[in-house]
Design a protein around this ligand. Structure first.
Ligand SMILES: [Zn+2]
Ligand SMILES: [Zn+2]
Length: 286
């Protein structure tokens, strides 16, 4: 019986790994970090073998993606950075790499996918199969910058009255995607039941809640502008906007319907919904 369960778990695991283009067998991955941090992106905590093909190194750290490298360097172009060649799986100098940006092959941590190649002909043949555009590292870095909302700085400055936020332990990881949650304060969501779990967005919280049939009264979200802790059932959510969370498209929560509507207008939102209108299918398709 136990063996059977393990077998089923193994099958699920290998399927989920197999369907990700970024993943490689561990023996083929070059990992430059050591100790217990060897396998995880220091910026987001994700597994580096699982997201190997988009991996970048800089200053003895290894990141899962150009997105995390951008965030860690705060957008300064790192001189020593290397990237995985999608074909040979070797680490190569980013300045010599040909990046294919915006292909239909899903990227890591970013909506605009980005894969690097040592040879221009390999990049071009990837484009002919999957679309996208060949760019230099500097150009790809500029595209990665688009993941970060322009209002981010403004929001931090506009905290007026003291508010109650969801306090996230520094080492808390999202049970759905494995990311460190404390790094993304404006996206924090929480399940506070017999155990407490933190999520890097409403989407992952709802995936968790639907899978375990958890009621809305134990769920909390953060107001996107003020970061205030809200009861999930009382918030208003913008879907389909051009603002992305750490895991891509999100349900973005607001304390009032007015604020949600105005955000939705400013950011090409598809619509504003209440908690009861969130469905499992909607969350899966985000
Ligand atoms: Zn990362
Ligand atoms: Zn997550």
């Amino acid at each position: 019986m136990v063996f059977r369960v393990i077998l089923i778990l193994l099958c699920c695991w290998s399927f989920s790994v197999a369907e990700m283009f970024q993943s490689v067998p561990e023996a083929k991955a070059t990992l430059i970090q050591s100790g217990k941090e060897k396998y995880s992106c220091p910026n987001c905590g994700m597994h580096l073998v699982k997201f190997y093909k988009t991996s970048h190194t800089h200053d003895n750290h290894q990141y899962c993606s150009i997105h995390c490298l951008y965030e860690a360097t705060q957008g300064v172009i790192p001189e020593d950075a290397k990237v995985v060649d999608t074909i040979t799986l070797e680490l190569i100098d980013v300045k010599k790499a040909f990046y294919v940006v915006g292909s239909k092959v899903r990227g890591t941590m970013t909506r605009t996918s980005s894969y690097a190649f040592g040879l221009e002909k390999d990049a071009l043949s990837f484009v002919s199969e999957n679309g996208g555009k060949v760019m230099s590292f500097a150009e790809a870095y500029a595209v990665a910058a688009e993941d970060f909302p322009k209002e981010f700085g403004k929001q931090a400055a506009s905290k007026l009255a003291p508010i109650t936020k969801i306090e996230v332990p520094k080492d808390a990881k999202c049970p759905i995607c494995g990311m460190f949650v404390a790094k993304y304060p404006q996206w924090v969501a929480m399940y506070d039941g017999d155990k407490t779990f933190y999520f890097d967005g409403v989407k992952d919280m709802m995936k968790y809640a639907f899978a375990r049939k958890i009621g809305g009264d134990k769920l909390y979200v953060s107001d996107y502008y003020k970061l205030a802790k809200l009861e999930a059932t009382k918030a208003f959510y913008v879907i389909g906007s051009n603002v992305y969370g750490p895991m891509g498209s999100e349900l973005i929560p607001f304390a009032s319907q007015e604020e949600a509507l105005s955000f939705s207008r400013d950011h090409n939102g598809q619509k504003v919904i209440s908690f009861d209108e969130i469905t499992e299918a909607m969350v899966k398709n985000l």
